[in-house]
Design a protein around this ligand. Structure first.
Ligand SMILES: [Zn+2]
Length: 254
């Protein structure tokens, strides 16, 4: 992997600082300082919130299989009522998926985690707390949180190193911890926006419109609509000639 791809954030910071130096040297007007600062802030914001940009860390955002495949990924479980229903639908259609679990939910729903693993699905770390301010935490606090979840995950799937950042947000501290724990970050390239509407046909159509070979779809198994959505979506995806796969490329972290 080339130096630019691996160090996007560092390069942006360096270019920003060089720009500040030039503005100072040439006595730049205040408006140029403001424009330059805004450009930097917008780049930083996009880098943190769009995991596909691989700005702070290298994430796997699509599959790399020979056959045109699709991966279903579920965040925020296990959920007492809806995760077992999702598992039933997946079994009916013989589809394997990846579940990114929240540590505190694992502690409450141990039996469901056992079921997920027993049915041949993969599980991954989605943090212990899923705290909405995790992106403001120190690396030490992030390390404690992700380690706590990782220890729980390992009780059920000892080899799992899969990680999906809560809210898909990344920053230098999260990146540091991911490297420390040697986790393999999994992003997505189809966001279903299943949490922002209850309209099943709208979500289904949005996903089908974006469907490409080797897509990774982001879904949430905690939602009441999920079993019905999957029952409609999976046959449509199969009809378009895709298989379902959980065969992930090797970590791009190194
Ligand atoms: Zn989440």
């Amino acid at each position: 992997m080339d130096v630019f791809t691996k160090n996007k954030h560092r390069i942006v910071v360096l270019v920003f600082l060089i720009g500040l130096g030039l503005l100072y040297y040439f006595n730049g007007a205040i408006i140029y300082w403001i424009i330059w600062a805004l450009c930097f802030l917008i780049t930083e914001f996009c880098g943190a919130y769009f995991i596909q940009l691989n700005f702070h860390l290298q994430a796997t955002n699509k599959l790399n299989t020979a056959k045109p495949s699709i991966m279903l990924s579920f965040d925020d479980g296990p959920h007492a009522k809806n995760t077992p229903l999702v598992l039933d639908v997946l079994e009916t259609h013989q589809v394997k998926a990846v579940f990114f679990l929240i540590g505190k939910n694992i502690q409450e729903q141990e039996e469901i985690v056992k079921q997920i693993v027993a049915k041949g699905h993969l599980i991954g770390n989605h943090s212990f707390s899923h705290h909405h301010l995790i992106d403001t935490w120190s690396s030490k606090k992030v390390l404690n949180d992700l380690t706590q979840c990782q220890q729980l995950i390992h009780q059920y799937q000892a080899q799992s190193l899969l990680f999906r950042p809560p809210f898909g947000v990344t920053n230098p501290r999260i990146s540091k911890v991911v490297k420390q724990l040697q986790l393999h970050t999994i992003g997505w390239n189809i966001r279903s926006y299943d949490t922002s509407t209850q309209n099943i046909s709208k979500i289904k159509q949005r996903i089908l419109n974006k469907l490409r070979p080797n897509s990774i779809i982001l879904l949430h198994d905690r939602l009441d609509i999920m079993p019905e959505l999957l029952n409609e979506l999976i046959p449509e995806i199969k009809k378009r000639g895709f298989e379902f796969s959980i065969e992930l490329p090797k970590s791009t972290n190194d």
